[in-house]
Design a protein around this ligand. Structure first.
Ligand code: HEM
Length: 144
């Protein structure tokens, strides 16, 4: 049951990051996010704000033990948590009545880097997880 919950969360988080990245990609050419793409980006970001902390809570038990996870899997998990929290925090900080306009521009710049860094992080986690499962199934199929 726990394995299935982890799988569902992993699929959900991958899909959300895919939507966020695809909606953000045109920015690399055109400069700024706007219109329907920004709307879609905002919808997916709401989902990430809920799903990422839940996923982190569910997965953390596995990710602090080297008997329950592989090195690549742990690296992927922690990179995803750090880059994800930074991506969210930069937007959150913009909503506070504290930063100046210049600082907001810098925060959104940081948001871009942290957001795009979530892509290799989730890729590492997916590769690490499938590698760990393959090792486990080989071990349980090998007698002795
Ligand atoms: C894979 C994750 C993400 C990527 C790659 C990403 C990337 C980007 C990029 C490139 C922009 C355009 C910045 C600009 O116009 O200069 C942007 C804007 C924005 N993103 Fe994200 N983002 C991600 C996740 C999130 C999340 C989780 C949130 C909310 C918590 C969020 C909220 C926003 C907002 C509000 C804007 C509009 C900023 C503005 O132009 O005023 N994004 N994002």
């Amino acid at each position: 049951m726990r394995l299935w919950i982890e799988r569902i969360f992993l699929i959900a988080i991958t899909a959300i990051i895919a939507v966020l990245t695809l909606t953000a990609l045109p920015v690399l050419q055109e400069g700024h996010l706007g219109g329907a793409l920004l709307l879609l980006h905002m919808m997916a970001s709401g989902a990430l704000v809920i799903v990422l902390p839940l996923f982190a809570l569910i997965y953390i038990g596995r990710s602090i033990s080297r008997f329950n996870s592989g090195g690549l899997q742990r690296l992927g998990f922690w990179s995803l948590v750090v880059t994800g929290l930074l991506t969210i925090a930069t937007v959150f900080a913009c909503m506070l009545p504290v930063p100046s306009t210049d600082q907001m521009h810098q925060l959104i710049q940081l948001h871009r880097y942290a957001g795009f860094a979530m892509v290799p992080a989730v890729a590492l986690l997916l590769v690490g997880t499938s590698r760990w499962r393959r090792i486990q199934s080989t071990r349980s199929a090998t007698p002795g």
